[in-house]
Design a protein around this ligand. Structure first.
Ligand code: NAI
Ligand code: MG
Length: 329
């Protein structure tokens, strides 16, 4: 029986996660659910954005669903972003971000790509120091981390029958770090997914193509910060932040999470779109629990909800939740 540790977190996390859990329970009635705390609110209450008890709970369940964290953009003593802490403490080294065209909300009909973002090193880990005059951020790339993200990408390509992998990097100006990433990832994919076509793009060119011809992409694998940026750009084609899903994935442990943040501008109003959270639970079903049929049912229900004539009138979280429940078969 699958087990899930649910962490709504801050802001609209408190609204979209309960909606997604209600839908997931309808699709998977024998799911066992436990709730845990994480986020900025949790830090203010307990002095830790992810208490040890929460980490233990996720380990015990093997799977988590996290809403969002409200991270302050100034330095707060003792605080570390909840999602970053979980990624590191639980070694969730891959971030899977699929983007596909959906009815009505997508600006074009032909996008179907997955961004695989290295989730454990690079600039995004936020190792900075400053003497007030010079500020330095460290960017580490290792063979080990590049190998395992390459392997994860190959597994994904094989499991989903994908055809093409694009390695995105900036090895022209960073030949040592990004060269290591590119060469290592290429080797792992050639070994693990020998049928797949492998090509590569510099990140600036990849950004241009993401804007102009996103349909050319199949699977993209890249370093942490490039993946962060490129996947948000890609999310535009999937209908924006309200639809963007992600899976933080390690070995035998994963946390699904809508890409969006806590959206303080709309939090508490009951109008956040829960579909990104719903699609995130589908990633758990497909990749973590091996329940492709449940994932298909969830995604089809989302697709039908978006395609229905009344979708533009569904402005409340609850109304969208109820529509998905009706479409769930
Ligand atoms: P955000 O993703 O929270 O919001 C960006 C815009 O998209 C806002 O206008 C918001 O109303 C809208 N939006 C986001 N999700 C939506 C949804 N489900 N339905 C409808 N509209 C939605 O990003 P922002 O405003 O830059 O950051 C707000 C806070 O969230 C910050 O404290 C930031 O640190 C945090 N954050 C957390 C993330 C995470 O938990 N992984 C990711 C991004 C930001
Ligand atoms: Mg989020």
């Amino acid at each position: 029986m699958p087990k899930l540790c649910v962490m709504p977190g801050d802001g609209i996390g408190q609204e979209v996660i309960p909606a997604a859990v209600t839908i997931l329970q309808a699709a998977l009635p024998n799911l066992e659910i436990v709730e845990a705390e994480a986020g900025w609110g949790c830090f203010e209450k307990h002095g830790a954005s992810v208490p040890d008890a929460t980490l233990d709970m996720i380990r015990e369940c093997g799977a988590g669903l996290f809403g969002a964290v409200s991270s302050p953009s100034r330095k707060v003593a003792g605080y570390r972003s909840a999602i970053l802490t979980m990624r590191q403490e639980l070694n969730l080294y891959a971030n899977i971000r699929p983007v596909q065209s959906w009815p009505r909300v997508s600006p074009r009909p032909d996008v179907n790509l997955i961004v695989v973002r290295e989730n454990s090193e690079g600039l995004y880990v936020g190792k900075e120091e400053s003497d007030g005059e010079t500020a330095v951020a460290q960017r580490i790339i290792t063979r080990t981390a590049s190998q395992r993200i390459g392997q994860k990408t190959a597994e994904l390509v094989q499991a989903l029958g994908r055809q093409k992998v694009t390695i995105v990097h900036k090895a022209n100006v960073l030949p040592l770090t990004d060269g290591l990433f590119r060469d290592t990832v290429r080797q792992e994919i050639a070994q693990g997914a020998p049928e797949a076509e492998i090509n590569e793009l510099l990140v600036d060119v990849a950004a241009l193509k993401m804007v102009g011809s996103p349909e050319i992409f199949d699977v993209i694998v890249t370093t942490n910060l490039f993946g962060d940026i490129l996947s948000d750009a890609a999310a535009h084609w999937g209908g924006g932040m309200g639809l963007a899903a992600s899976l933080n994935w390690g070995d035998g442990l994963a946390i699904a999470e809508p890409v969006h943040g806590s959206a303080p501008d709309i939090a508490g109003q009951g109008i956040a779109n829960p579909l990104a959270a719903v699609l995130s639970t589908a990633l758990l079903a497909r990749f973590v629990w091996g329940l492709g049929d449940v994932a298909d049912r969830l995604e089809t229900a989302v697709q039908q909800t978006l395609a229905a004539d009344n979708y533009p009138q569904l402005t409340a979280t609850r109304a969208i939740q109820d529509a998905v429940l009706v479409n769930l078969r």
